[in-house]
Design a protein around this ligand. Structure first.
Ligand code: NDP
Length: 496
């Protein structure tokens, strides 16, 4: 009882109007304009903090600090850089409860998810690259007795890192950690919609004693701050995760400036279920891959293709299980589906449900905005929604909805399932359920995707390449691929 009481007091303190600050040159600073934007708690629809409405002048300050810091940081030994990253990882772990609560309030995701996935993964990102850099090696190419080539891998310079709102600290740190490990300094922008844990990360970096200017975090709007980072003439590298249309606009600015670009973009991932699958495992995981984080994970399987032999059984069981999901207060331990991140995004998702109806889809579960009571009466909730009866090539099945909405479609043959799976402009991830090993290999080989999960979902080894094909992005994150991205190879040839 006392614990519950203290927890609620903690929430009240955290929710008391907090002013988020930029983190520039090692200090928490106000935006030069002294203007701020409202930050909403999506589960209550209320403003609970304000964030800097920064602009290109703040970005310039951050760039100058990062440029000055690059001189030392780029030649700091990898052992020392590693020690800083490991210290940050340890501080994230130490502050797990505080960070998880902040993430849940800011984003609307269930606290349990933030505690078990988002924040541990943010710590793991720093830990992974803090140790990974110690094992990063470059190549040598011998020309027998004629010459020897060796390749240096040097940090590129000041890196621009821009991240989205769905997995705020998780994805922010997934860029920052390898950049810092590689010896780059950073100007970063989290999503203006979920800035809180990036702000708390600034405090952690100060506590860790990270040298001033090595990491700079500028808060504000994408078209202002994000655009200023992308179009800055002296920032030679951009690592971006977000929507495909934003990625397109970033590429159009950065490509003529010959910037190095990593773009992790949208998805419309297929989940292909064959009749011979391990049914119970498939059903439990499909529930998760459909609705985890309110369906707002770029890797969610939003198009579910089911072999006709088990389609009716799957449909009945899937609807039953989906109806059991508790939607509501993100801080309640039992909640499985929290609030949608913003009112605007909630409206976008609802408009896609309307579109599905117009396209002839039948809503077999959910389909509506959920109006809760009391503190949550103005929160942004949507019932987990299942739609059937749509052709594979209609807009609902081709465009990214990024919410708790999935379609279910039967198929008869492997070829048909593959054709439908590969029919979108996207190619991020795919999920396949089958016990037939030969078929699993064959399908994995033919899917247009950067990641294929067979009989699982979201099982991640941080050493593996992460990214998509087609409109899902350019380049790969993860493992040494990220360290390659944040370094420039320079070949040295010595004639013997
Ligand atoms: P957006 O593209 O709207 O925004 C992503 C980031 O870019 C935000 O920080 C945003 O700032 C900023 N931004 C917006 N406009 C510009 C601009 N003109 N120049 C520079 N930066 C800009 O995506 P969302 O935040 O809505 O995220 C959801 C999308 O991200 C989905 O499409 C999802 O699939 C994708 N995603 C992809 C992942 C992957 O690994 N492939 C992982 C996670 C998400 P602000 O918020 O202030 O507008």
């Amino acid at each position: 009882m006392l614990q519950f009481f203290l927890f609620r007091i903690f929430i009240v303190i955290l929710e008391a109007m907090q002013q988020i600050k930029n983190y520039i040159n090692g200090a928490l600073t106000e935006p030069l304009s002294k203007t701020y934007l409202d930050n909403f708690n999506p589960s209550t629809g209320k403003v609970y903090s304000v964030i800097p409405d920064s602009d290109e002048k703040d970005v310039e300050l951050a760039y100058s600090a990062a440029k000055a810091a690059f001189k030392d940081w780029s030649v700091t030994s990898k052992e020392k850089r590693s020690a800083y990253l490991l210290k940050i990882a340890a501080l994230i772990e130490k502050n797990l409860d505080k960070l998880a609560l902040a993430e849940s309030i800011d984003n609307g995701k269930p606290l349990k998810l933030a505690k078990t996935v988002d924040i541990p993964r943010a710590a793991a990102n720093f830990h992974f690259y803090g140790t990974g850099i110690l094992h990063y090696a470059s190549h040598a190419h011998s020309m027998e007795e004629t010459a020897i080539n060796y390749t240096l891998r040097q940090p590129v310079g000041v890196a621009g890192c821009i991240s989205p709102w769905n997995l705020p600290l998780y994805l922010f740190s997934w860029k920052i950690a390898p950049a810092l490990a590689a010896g780059c300094t950073v100007v970063a922008k989290p999503s203006e919609i979920t800035p809180m844990t990036a702000f708390l990360l600034s405090e952690i970096c100060i506590e860790a004693g990270l040298p001033a200017g090595v990491l700079n975090i500028v808060h504000g709007l994408g078209p202002k701050v994000g655009n200023a980072i992308v179009s800055h003439k002296d920032i030679p590298l951009i690592s971006f995760t977000g929507g495909t249309s934003t990625g397109k606009s970033i590429a159009s600015i950065a490509a003529p400036m010959f910037k190095k670009l990593s773009l992790e973009l949208g998805g419309k991932n297929p989940n292909i279920i064959f009749a011979d699958c391990d049914y119970d495992k498939m059903l439990a995981t499909t529930l998760n891959s459909s609705f985890a984080n309110q369906g707002q994970i770029c890797l969610c399987g939003s198009r579910i293709f089911v072999e006709r032999k088990i389609y009716d059984k799957f449909k009945t069981d899937f609807i039953t299980k989906t109806k059991e999901l508790i939607v509501g207060d993100p801080l309640n331990e039992k909640t499985k589906v929290g609030a949608i991140v913003s009112k605007q995004h909630q409206q976008k998702i609802l408009s896609y449900i309307e579109l599905a109806k117009q396209e002839g889809g039948k809503i077999v579960c959910g389909g509506k905005q959920l109006n809760l009571t009391n503190a949550f009466s103005e929160g942004y909730f949507i019932e987990p929604t299942i739609i059937e009866g749509l052709p594979y090539n209609c807009r609902t099945n081709q465009e990214e909805i990024f919410g708790p909405v999935v379609t279910i479609t039967p198929f008869d043959t492997e070829e048909e399932a593959l054709m439908m799976a590969n029919s979108t402009v996207y190619g991020l991830a795919s999920i396949v359920w089958t016990q037939n090993l030969t078929r699993a290999h064959k399908i994995a080989n033919s899917l247009h995707a950067g990641i294929v999960w067979i009989n699982c979902w979201l099982l991640r080894d941080l050493r593996t390449p992460f990214g998509g094909v087609k409109a899902s992005g350019v380049g790969r994150e993860g493992g040494f691929e990220a360290l390659d991205f944040f370094t420039e190879p320079k070949n040295v040839c010595i004639k013997l």
